[in-house]
Design a protein. Structure first.
Length: 384
């Protein structure tokens, strides 16, 4: 047993050292959009901004107004009221009266074979006139020069798809700790710095900001190709990368922000549809990842207390490495460094959230999203 635990400790040590080195090199290669020079107005293509809203009366006016106030000459904004039962429709219609470049469409029924948001985005994209399409969410706030910065980066690097990550408003302490766990999982699983390389299978898409050439979007099959995907943003990025188009990401925390979740409770509930979907609803894969997460991030802390001698020292080094990784990730996503002290709790919440997603999906025999139940058998059939 000692030999086995020693081997696990040494493998963990090697993994963590490699991870820390890759993190530092990787994030150093991600551009902060604040440093991006803007191209001349003559080079700017027309862009269509697309968003879908279902019962978003709390934020829809502020979000859409931030889009309409973007400092960009060739711009149309297409909003879809997707079966809302609150005041979303009336708010959008009121905004439409004030802004001629705002389109408002209303969907009252969901066709078979579609998830609601995916269908709404597909519906809007078919009506878009822009050379580029920007898919965003109904609670995202953008600074006026966001589009100038992002399209300048996309044109300079000859991209077909640019996705940027946002700043999250986080008012509650335990929500911040939970987000730390999600940020660690995000960089470990998706490795965003790799997506620009053709040799890497890594791909990415953020619901807050997916900017894609319309020709690339159409050649990939658009949202029709991912009609039954819960993770529409990630799967759109995956679709674009698989079809050989050039993709990249940038740090957009100075330009876009949102309150992703208001509390830890909301986050756990909201992630019910996402976690199991990320692993294509494969039970043993999901459980295996949970187990490895415990081995790499929780077990070293326990082993350092349980054992003595060499085994203790190896695991103490591993604890120091996981702590260092957590500090670095916290810094990248603008959390306080001391939040990293709570990384074991953050990882524990993450594992609980993943398992809760599995249990909820089996209990409901599918995923409940925006008030609609999508059967598990159907989702597995459409999973990429």
């Amino acid at each position: 047993m000692q030999l086995l635990l020693m081997s696990v400790g040494l493998l963990t040590l090697g993994y963590l050292v490699f991870t820390l080195i890759e993190l530092k090199i990787g994030f150093n290669n991600i551009t902060n959009l604040a440093d991006q020079p803007e191209v001349s107005a003559a080079e700017l293509p027309k862009i269509s901004i697309i968003l879908s809203a279902l019962d978003e009366e709390k934020m829809i006016a502020q979000a859409v107004t931030s889009l309409l106030n973007l400092n960009y000459p060739e711009l149309e904004v297409i909003t879809i009221n997707d079966r809302s039962t609150d005041n979303t429709a009336s708010i959008l219609e009121s905004l439409k009266q004030q802004h001629p470049n705002l389109q408002v469409h209303h969907i009252t029924q969901l066709p078979d074979g579609w998830l609601g948001k995916n269908h709404a985005l597909h519906f809007a994209a078919a009506r878009a006139q822009g050379e580029w399409l920007l898919f965003t969410d109904a609670d995202v706030l953008m600074k006026p020069d966001t589009l100038l910065k992002t399209i300048s980066y996309a044109l300079e690097h000859k991209l077909d798809h640019l996705t940027i990550y946002e700043y999250h408003q986080r008012k509650q302490f335990w929500l911040r700790i939970s987000l730390l766990g999600n940020y660690i999982a995000y960089v470990m699983a998706l490795k965003p710095w790799r997506i620009r390389h053709s040799w890497s299978k890594k791909s990415l898409g953020h619901g807050s900001f997916n900017l894609v050439k319309k020709t690339a979007y159409e050649n990939c099959g658009g949202h029709q190709a991912i009609a039954l995907e819960c993770l529409d943003d990630l799967r759109l990025g995956q679709l674009i990368k698989r079809n050989g188009f050039k993709q990249d990401t940038a740090n957009g925390q100075d330009f876009i922000e949102r309150e992703w979740y208001a509390s830890l409770k909301d986050m756990i509930a909201g992630m019910q549809k996402n976690c199991f979907a990320f692993f294509n609803y494969q039970l043993f894969t999901t459980l295996g990842i949970c187990f490895l997460t415990v081995v790499f991030y929780i077990w070293p802390l326990l082993a350092a207390f349980i054992y003595t001698g060499t085994l203790c020292y190896i695991n103490l080094i591993n604890v120091a490495l996981t702590g260092t990784i957590s500090v670095y990730v916290a810094e990248q996503f603008r959390l306080k460094r001391w939040h990293a002290v709570f990384y074991p709790i953050a990882i524990g919440i993450l594992i609980y959230t993943m398992l809760n997603s599995v249990i909820a999906t089996y209990r409901n025999k599918g995923v409940i999203w925006r008030g609609t139940l999508y059967p598990l058998k159907l989702l597995r059939k459409g999973a990429g």
